[in-house]
Design a protein around this ligand. Structure first.
Ligand code: PGA
Length: 272
């Protein structure tokens, strides 16, 4: 896993936006997997800026969101559909027919989840999946104990997640208990994953995800099995990583490789 440590949340958003923008420019009909929560807000703001000021074109981009609360209509202010409209979709030139968020009011959830998986496949699969991480190490709503092979399905929210999200609902009692979520298996099929985390409250989850064992108790740790993941975190979220210094060296070497300065990386690779 590539680990990029930025000084602050702003750096995380800028770097994440560079990954997304580079893909959208190279492959204008790419499929983006999107996440909600406070972490990707800066990324979305930067994408809106790139659209307005640098003409970043989303006309042919297709998006799939990770999850949605069960019971909330799309128009509910706390639904993830309205979150996405408010923070990204309404401000860039995405075709509304190309934006997908699971339906929290589906009549038949089993059929709906199967259809969501089929839509992703028909779109050619997700090229780049943006992910946050929960304090309990979840990705999407794959709470501790979720199968690492799971597909889109209904999931019961963990008490920690209900507590974390109570701030948006004015209290724990109002937080929905169930969500429709892509599975860990669904996420692992994306061609590339960007895992974003900011703030000290995420330091334990980030350590467990990156340096802990692969376990269903920390579903983000399944990303260790994926061949193309960039974890972009700020200093406070990186605070408990034991191999932080090494990750810095890797990024330095990466920059040298990109700029053609490979010879200065170290004497052992200088074979002239
Ligand atoms: P947050 O949520 O970005 O609001 O911290 C992340 C998550 O629970 O996946």
């Amino acid at each position: 896993m590539r680990v990029i440590v930025e000084a602050d949340a702003e750096g995380v958003s800028r770097t994440a936006a560079r990954f997304v923008a580079e893909l959208v420019r190279r492959q204008p009909d790419c499929v983006l997997g999107l996440a909600t929560g406070s972490t990707p807000l800066g990324l979305y703001a930067e994408l809106i800026r790139l659209h307005r000021q640098e003409g970043l074109d989303f006309a042919r981009v297709v998006t799939f969101n990770l999850d949605e609360y069960v019971g909330l209509a799309a128009t509910h202010p706390q639904s993830y559909r309205s979150f996405m409209q408010r923070h990204l979709f309404d401000h860039v030139n995405l075709d509304p027919r190309h934006t997908h968020v699971p339906d929290g009011r589906a009549l038949d959830f089993e059929a709906h989840c199967g259809q969501y998986e089929r839509l992703i496949l028909e779109a050619g699969g997700i090229d780049l999946q943006v992910l946050g991480i929960g304090g309990d190490g979840h990705i999407a709503f794959n709470e501790p104990g979720s199968s690492l092979g799971s597909r889109t399905r209904l999931k019961t929210l963990a008490p920690e997640t209900i507590r974390d999200n109570a701030r948006f609902f004015g209290g724990e009692e109002a937080v929905p208990r169930l969500a429709v979520t892509m599975g860990v298996g669904t996420i692992l099929e994306s061609r590339r994953c960007l895992l974003l985390a900011t703030g000290e409250a995420k330091a334990g989850a980030i350590r467990d995800c990156i340096e802990g064992p692969v376990t269903a108790q920390v579903t983000a740790s399944a990303l260790q099995l994926h061949r193309d993941v960039a974890a972009i975190v700020d200093e406070p979220a990186a605070g408990l990583l034991a191999r932080r210094e090494y990750y810095r060296h890797v990024e330095q070497a990466q920059r040298l490789l990109q700029s053609g300065g490979l010879r200065t990386v170290g004497p052992t690779i200088d074979h002239e």
